[in-house]
Design a protein around this ligand. Structure first.
Ligand SMILES: *Cc1c(COP(=O)(O)O)cnc(C)c1O
Length: 562
């Protein structure tokens, strides 16, 4: 028998106290109230860190210096203490929703998607099977079905899972490609020959992780040059495929990037699939190279597929309309891809991690499965056993429910408004930047929420200079000097944003590489504005242009600095 009031001397006394650090399992108004109060007090503490600047509190680099000295704590501490402590860890966080945060493809998160994460954190569903995740598992199935519907897969044949990130979706795509190529043998025997994965020079670096970690080797990645518009050059792809297939090389997968990370270049998926089909036939291949669409950024543009562009009920400006239509045209028919990756934690406005991988043929996923006898502790009952073929064992239910929440909340219309606004603001920004002969917008053929630009010192014509930078090796010294100049502009802008007086931008070291007579030249860095906040307005856009010019004047008048 347990005593009602445990002896002060045993651990049971302290356990009684420790129970109060958990939400109560059976409703109890006092303890439930304590939980709500703790959350609300925590949110107040974090809220106190807000200012006019697009970040919480201050960045304190000295914290990194003390971090290695942290030892494992001996004693317990209290909920109140740790609450204060955690709030302090929010110091320096960028507020992605702030109108002046235009940093990268990192979204503010909607309230329902946050609730999905809260409830998943509280009840801890594990999507390994429905026995441990109940209707969270159903949310995964429904989210996959909704995405299939959005991009035009047959929902009765398509299948998919939420996984650990956009990188995970590419890993799934390439793994599936390897198993299809080998008839499922790779899983047992490993990779026994060189097989290739093909993607563009502007594709995401996660291809390196995937090739390395799959054991394929990064040497087996084939990089196809991009056009001026940052999309895979189809003629170069054809030339490579003809040579490779002629040499009897095996091409497991072609990754089409539907929205590159820096410039929002969109590969011609339809062209790639047609080429794959044509050459597979011509070379009499016994397999077809798998086409994976890396649409982690671009998928959401599919909501415009059935927008009435003629009537334009949402009233977008002409320039926005043609941008949206252009992107839609580039996306083409996403359902032609054999598999697709979607990141809700990018353009879907959920917290990290919420990434979905979809295969056009659900049956292909069986190539990834293990035999139930190899997992004796699982799957004795229930209806949904994704853990049989997922890479992960434990899989959070948060991402799938958050994606479900946002699709329900926003629908196509809500996403059209959000994405339309981002594109509209990016277009306005370009309009402002283009007015100045000292600024060159670099990705002027890519029409997304991201704008890359370079700034030039007095006396230099931006358009002419940039043209030489990307093609003329005798101009390499000027390129370096201009790079340093842009870096200084970026630093001034950054400092100003940190003071709460400007827009926080970001920087890319290599928006693309110069091409000197067909050979890869040095990388070309750029300033980057990525707009994802619904709060970003014309004032924020005007400020970007103004602060660039002011930083330029500051450099012209101030002492030369390194
Ligand atoms: C971000 C990104 C990835 C990687 O996704 P993570 O979720 O960060 O792992 C892959 N491809 C593209 C085009 C991306 O922009």
């Amino acid at each position: 028998m347990f005593p009602e009031c445990p002896d002060q001397e045993t651990y049971l006394h302290k356990l009684e106290h420790l129970k109060t650090v958990f939400p109560v399992p059976v409703s109890n108004p006092v303890l439930d109230g304590y939980f709500v109060h703790t959350v609300s007090r925590f949110l107040d503490l974090v809220d106190d860190l807000k200012s006019s600047a697009p970040l919480l509190g201050k960045i304190r680099p000295e914290h990194y210096e003390s971090a290695p000295a942290a030892g494992f704590p001996e004693a317990m501490s209290s909920v109140a203490e740790v609450t204060r402590n955690l709030a302090d860890y929010c110091q320096g966080m960028t507020v992605w929703a702030h109108p002046n945060a235009q940093v990268n493809v990192i979204p503010p998160t909607s309230i329902p998607s946050i609730l999905a994460f809260v409830v998943a954190a509280m009840y801890n569903p594990n999507l390994i099977w429905d026995e441990y995740s109940a209707r969270f598992a159903e949310a995964e199935i429904q989210s996959v079905a909704m995405l299939a519907d959005l991009i035009g897969y047959d929902p009765r044949r398509a299948g998919g899972v939420f996984t650990f990130s956009g990188t995970g979706t590419i890993l799934y795509g390439c793994k599936l490609a390897l198993e299809k190529l080998s008839g499922g043998r790779t899983m047992r025997e490993g990779i026994r020959e060189d097989v290739k994965i093909v993607s563009s020079a502007a594709s995401h670096y996660s291809r390196l992780n995937v090739a390395g970690w799959l054991g394929l080797g990064t040497d087996n990645l084939v990089t196809i040059p991009t056009t001026r518009d940052n999309e895979m050059s189809l003629s170069d792809l054809e030339e490579y495929l003809r040579q490779a297939l002629g040499r009897q090389e095996k091409v497991a997968a072609i990754i089409a990037t539907m929205g590159t990370t820096d410039a929002f270049g969109v590969d011609d998926l339809t062209g790639i699939v047609r080429l794959r089909d044509r050459l597979s036939q011509e070379f009499g291949l016994t397999y077809r190279p798998h086409v994976h669409a890396d649409a982690v950024i671009g998928w959401v543009w599919a909501v415009f597929r059935d927008y009435d562009f003629a009537a334009n009920p949402l009233g977008f400006h002409d320039r926005t309309l043609s941008s949206l239509q252009h992107t839609l045209g580039r996306l083409g028919d996403l359902s032609l891809a054999d598999s697709i990756g979607f990141d809700f934690h990018k353009t879907g406005y959920t917290p990290y991690i919420s990434s979905a991988f979809l295969a056009k043929e659900r049956e292909d996923l069986a190539l990834l499965s293990r035999h139930p006898l190899q997992m004796p502790y699982l799957y004795q009952f229930g209806y949904y056993h994704p853990g049989i073929y997922t890479l992960e064992c434990s899989r959070s239910g948060a991402g799938a429910l958050a994606a479900y929440a946002n699709m329900r909340l926003l629908g196509k219309e809500g996403y059209r408004i959000l994405i339309g606004h981002m594109v509209e603001m990016a277009e306005m920004l370009r309009e402002r930047l283009e007015q100045h002969a000292c600024i060159q917008v670099l990705n002027d053929g890519n029409f997304g929420p991201v704008t890359l630009f370079r700034v030039y010192p007095p006396g230099v014509d931006a358009a002419a200079a940039f043209q030489r930078e990307i093609s003329d090796h005798t101009y390499e010294n000027a390129l370096s000097a201009h790079n340093a100049y842009n870096r200084r502009i970026f630093t001034l802008i950054h400092e100003r944003a940190m003071r709460g007086e400007g827009v926080l931008l970001s920087w890319t070291d290599a928006y693309r590489h110069a091409a000197y007579d067909g050979k890869t030249g040095p990388p070309i860095p750029a300033l980057k504005s990525f707009i994802l906040s619904p709060w970003t307005d014309l004032a924020a856009v005007d400020l970007v242009a103004r602060q660039v010019l002011e930083a330029r004047e500051q450099l012209a008048s101030g002492p030369a600095s390194g």
